[in-house]
Design a protein around this ligand. Structure first.
Ligand code: URA
Length: 237
């Protein structure tokens, strides 16, 4: 049942703290079905009740889904003693108490990190059997051969003997240091870098550009974060 306390409703949506809600209630700025005689512990039904702040309807969102364009030097964790975390980059208006990164990028990897407070959704996309495609752009320390491309397609064997699932690799910018697109559908520790090492190459720069069919938004600058709306969220799974 979508029932919760009024103060919890506002704090879960990161609109106001419990303390702030008390003042707002005293000032009569919050209403539930146009009634302003309310207590913080008042139970509301998020499906049926109309909750307003300053006369504006608050549409309840159970969960939030964010696309972050992670810069280098930021860690994919919820807290860290030494480094900035991906959560430090979330602006106040998008912040939620239980946000976490659904999948990790290395500290020196840039690009698409999904942040959410929806544990079930995160579990679905991270479960090994879901095989969600992750697309990366990798700058290599040289060129790849046709033979190496075939090794990717067959399934690279990592240094510890792990046999990767078949992956796709194609050159997107030729040169002494080729820029390649790599698509994998699993997420082992340092997987792309280790796959490159297994074919005798090194990754100099790595960026995640796509999860499932959802591309990192073109206009999202490094360090910026934006809410992913339903129509785009469906592209991930
Ligand atoms: N593979 C890596 O090696 N590093 C990442 O951050 C992501 C995939």
């Amino acid at each position: 049942m979508p029932q919760m306390r009024l103060d919890k409703f506002f704090s879960s949506q990161n609109i106001a703290t419990r303390k702030e809600i008390k003042s707002l209630l005293k000032l009569g700025l919050i209403s539930v079905n146009d009634n302003t005689k309310l207590k913080p512990e008042q139970k509301i039904d998020t499906d049926k009740d109309t909750i307003k702040l300053n006369g504006e309807v608050i549409n309840y969102k159970k969960y939030i889904y964010l696309m972050l364009n992670k810069p280098k030097g930021v860690v994919s964790a919820t807290n860290d003693n030494k480094h900035k975390t991906v959560l430090d980059l979330v602006p106040d208006n998008l912040y939620r108490p239980n946000l976490f990164p659904a999948g990790r990028l290395d500290k020196d990897t840039t690009g698409f990190v999904l942040l959410t407070d929806d544990g079930d959704f995160a579990h679905k996309i991270l479960a090994p059997k879901s095989h969600i495609e992750k697309t990366y752009h990798a700058l290599l320390d040289g060129k790849i051969t046709q033979e190496q491309i075939q090794m990717f397609e067959k399934g690279i064997v990592l240094e510890d003997g792990y046999e990767c699932l078949p992956a796709k690799i194609r050159v997107i910018k030729d040169g002494e240091n080729q820029l390649v697109e790599i698509i994998i559908c699993e997420g082992k520790y340092h997987q792309i870098k280790r796959m490159a090492i297994a074919i005798g190459r090194k990754v100099l720069e790595l960026k995640r550009v796509k999860m499932g069919n959802l591309e990192l938004y073109d206009d999202l600058q490094e360090g910026e974060c934006i809410e992913i709306l339903h129509k785009d969220l469906c592209k991930i799974i």
